[in-house]
Design a protein around this ligand. Structure first.
Ligand SMILES: [Mn+2]
Length: 338
């Protein structure tokens, strides 16, 4: 990461942008890593007297409210303010994603920035613009942000890792490693986590909110989706669908099926699992989880999506749940017969 990380710190500390604002962009469908990384970076930049905001397409969802991200740390993008925001913008930083297409409507503001930086760990990343620190070996973008913070500390001779910032980053690492249980967890991940724990992060409370806390509505939805799961290719593939009707019947939220795809992947013998979800806005979203040798990212790319080798996804419009399931089964055939 050496030189690129230094170049990114050069951009963040540059005098050229003094008076201007650094906007930090997580991806849509916020998760613990993208929002934790973005909030930590903004908080650090403010502590060294930089004007900075997390730029969001939508408010922070209830399921991440436990992070206690202060309201004044972020702004919600609105096209009404586009011109004003773009005049204020001195630097645009993409975190946990690498192109405007993953940022929802806020992507239009990212796109027009004359100066861009990327902090990401996804293998499939969009067109190469700006200064890019993309490290697929990093379990979470939060690890990269911690690395950036350490460089800023050295350059400014300030200690910047307070309890709040450490916890934002810890949420990122816990989220993306499945509380340190996925294959992406490395010795470096654990060393980063140890630093964060020492700085006051709350491992226990984060794990409870991220992984354990559930609701009756979610239980109902998951049990229905699990009972409808089907197996293909000698039990190597598992797939189920979550429709808007199922979500309504269970009185659950659109996010309630998160995690379901991992349950399917955990069935003995399963190499790849798929959850096909109908979202309220007419989009069909597909989550993929896999074991070796099935490459989830490569599969998702066939449908214009992306992600990691063991966890990826894509979305399609103008189709139906049934159609999408059929084309997944069809495309998967070559993955299981090679
Ligand atoms: Mn991530």
């Amino acid at each position: 990461m050496g030189e690129v990380a230094d170049s990114i710190v050069d951009l963040l500390l540059s005098e050229d942008i003094s008076g201007k604002v650094i906007f930090v962009y997580p991806h849509v469908r916020l998760d613990g890593d993208c929002i934790g990384s973005a909030a930590a970076l903004v908080a650090v930049l403010r502590n060294i007297n930089r004007r900075s905001y997390v730029m969001l397409e939508e408010p922070i969802p209830e399921r991440l409210a436990f992070m206690n991200i202060p309201d004044d740390l972020y702004r919600i993008y609105s096209s009404d303010n586009h011109n004003q925001l773009s005049q204020e913008q001195g630097l645009a930083v993409a975190v946990d994603c690498s192109d405007a297409g993953r940022m929802g409507s806020a992507g239009t503001l990212y796109e027009v920035s004359s100066s861009k930086a990327v902090l990401d760990h996804h293998v499939s990343s969009g067109e190469a613009t700006g200064t890019r620190l993309v490290v697929p070996q990093a379990a979470a973008t939060a690890e990269l942000v911690l690395h950036i913070i350490r460089i800023i500390e050295t350059r400014t001779h300030k200690s910047l890792l307070n309890e709040q910032i450490a916890n934002f980053l810890m949420v990122g690492i816990q989220s993306d490693t499945g509380r340190f249980s996925y294959q992406n967890t490395t010795p470096d991940t654990l060393r980063a986590a140890a630093d964060l724990l020492e700085a006051g992060a709350n491992l226990y409370l984060n794990a409870y909110h991220l992984f354990d806390l559930t609701s009756v509505e979610r239980m109902r939805l998951i049990s229905k989706a699990l009972s409808g799961a089907r197996m293909f290719y000698d039990g190597k593939m598992a797939m189920t669908a979550v429709t808007q009707e199922m979500i309504r019947d269970a009185n659950a939220s659109d996010y309630a099926a998160d995690g379901l795809v991992s349950n399917l992947r955990d069935i003995e013998g399963v190499v790849a699992s798929f959850v096909v979800r109908e979202s309220g806005d007419g989009e069909i979203r597909v989550n993929i989880r896999s074991r070796e040798p099935f490459d989830s990212a490569a599969f998702a790319e066939i449908f214009g999506g992306g992600g990691h080798h063991r966890a990826a996804g894509f979305s399609v419009r103008d189709s139906s749940v049934n159609e999408v399931c059929k084309s997944i089964i069809h495309q998967a055939e070559s993955f299981f017969t090679e």
